[in-house]
Design a protein around this ligand. Structure first.
Ligand SMILES: Cc1ncc(COP(=O)(O)O)c(C=O)c1O
Length: 405
């Protein structure tokens, strides 16, 4: 059972006032707020053991290295990977996908090959693949979705012997759909095709188990799961990562360097060139511990209840249309108010102290599907309450009344 008042006390920013009003933060899909425990982990590192990792013989460097690698282990356990060699620290989802598109992509994709991406991807899981296809003369294909925000199940007809990779998000950041990735992975594997899962919008809401999913690659950002910005993970099966060439090069990713030749470090360090964001990575481990203390299953249950409540409340507003009505959804609602622009509604809500996202959410292909300029998105986290949803509902009622809708 979740003690929501206790959880809320962990997040100092929730005490902030905006325009003199209590903050109602419903932009968690963009980034989550940070609990004091994560803020403290950052301060503690800088105050007590700051030192570059993996390269010193001295006490502080060894301490920072140990805590950094313990953090990797915490994250490994959280996603149930076989080995921490399979977890590369990156700057976030975008960097993880670019690493793959350049390293795995340049190595594995040839002219005439095909990359299959869903129509509901965030730009960061679409543009790198489009660019790879352009570099290689490969074909960029997509899995369409229907007006409820459900991916086409006629997936088999889109895969053929030329398909090299399927790239799909676990949860859509624009529609909230939880995609049937286990099923997609099974079907892709049956045809020998690898799958990349973008877990940027699922890792903080539902259990992600890379072994159970059997995904080949999985990526997420630390800042969306209560961790610091500039952190993220690329998970990859060991044999695939071992076969890939390094992407960025420099210190730490090498084994030996001479003027004739360089050989490379073992996993995961082969893909971690230069001084890593070790303070951020350590704090990400603390964020994952924080999630473990609450329990991801408890979070999933609590947020599912919030989402159901929000759906019921918002759909009772006659001029409001929800985009994304899949049966399986995670913690966000995208909507429009008839006859208004999303920016105007977002600005009016902001004046009431309610922070929502407006625009295309870096998912322009979703907006093109519905032929709309964007949506208003309310996205939830573990510290949100039904009162936050009531405030959003009351705010929207006030706005529609004021606009005569
Ligand atoms: C589904 C999805 N993928 C990728 C990203 C990109 O994440 P980042 O900007 O942290 O790299 C986001 C960010 O909103 C997202 O929602």
């Amino acid at each position: 059972m979740i003690d929501i008042e206790k959880i809320r006390k962990d997040f100092p920013i929730l005490n902030e006032k905006v325009y003199g009003k209590s903050l109602v933060y419903l932009d968690n899909g963009a980034t989550t707020q940070k609990p004091q425990q994560v803020i403290d982990a950052i301060c503690e590192c800088y105050a007590h053991y700051n030192s570059n990792i993996h390269r010193g013989v001295h006490f502080l460097s060894n301490k920072a290295t140990d805590i950094h690698e313990k953090s990797r282990e915490t994250i490994r356990e959280f996603i149930n990977a076989d080995s921490s060699e399979e977890l590369i620290f990156t700057a976030g989802t975008t960097e993880s996908i670019n690493l793959l598109a350049y390293s795995w992509g340049d190595f594995c994709v040839e002219e005439g090959d095909e990359i299959l991406v869903s129509e509901m991807e965030h730009h960061s899981n679409l543009v790198p693949w489009q660019l790879l296809c352009e570099r290689k003369g490969a074909k960029f294909k997509y899995i369409p979705f229907d007006d409820n925000g459900v991916l086409s199940s006629d997936f088999d007809s889109l895969i053929n012997e030329k398909t090299k990779l399927v790239c799909v998000n676990h949860v859509s950041n624009a529609l909230g759909t939880i995609n049937p990735i286990k099923d997609i992975i099974e079907k892709a594997h049956a045809k020998g095709v690898k799958v990349l899962v973008d877990a940027a919008q699922s890792i903080q809401h539902i259990k992600v188990d890379v072994k159970d999913l059997d995904c080949d690659f999985l990526v997420f950002s630390g800042h969306k799961i209560y961790g610091p910005t500039g952190t993220g993970i690329l998970y990859g099966k060991k044999d695939l990562l071992n076969a890939m060439s390094p992407w960025q090069s420099g210190g730490e990713m090498i084994e030996t360097v001479s003027l004739d030749k360089t050989t490379f470090n073992v996993l995961p360090f082969k893909f971690e060139a230069g001084t890593p964001n070790y303070v951020g990575n350590i704090a990400l481990g603390r964020a994952i511990e924080y999630v473990n203390e609450i329990g991801i299953d408890n979070i999933e249950k609590y947020e599912a209840d919030l989402l159901k409540y929000a759906h019921e409340k918002l759909s009772s507003i006659p001029s409001l249309k929800i985009y994304g009505n899949a049966e399986n959804k995670a913690s966000l609602i995208s909507f429009l108010i008839e006859g208004t622009h999303p920016y105007d509604i977002g600005t009016l809500l902001d004046r009431m102290g309610i922070a929502v996202r407006t625009g295309t959410h870096c998912a322009e292909t979703v907006m093109q599907h519905f032929d709309i300029p964007g949506t208003i998105r309310a996205s939830f986290a573990i510290y949100n309450t039904k009162k936050d949803i009531d405030d959003l509902y009351e705010g929207l009622l006030k706005i529609t009344k004021m606009l005569g809708l």
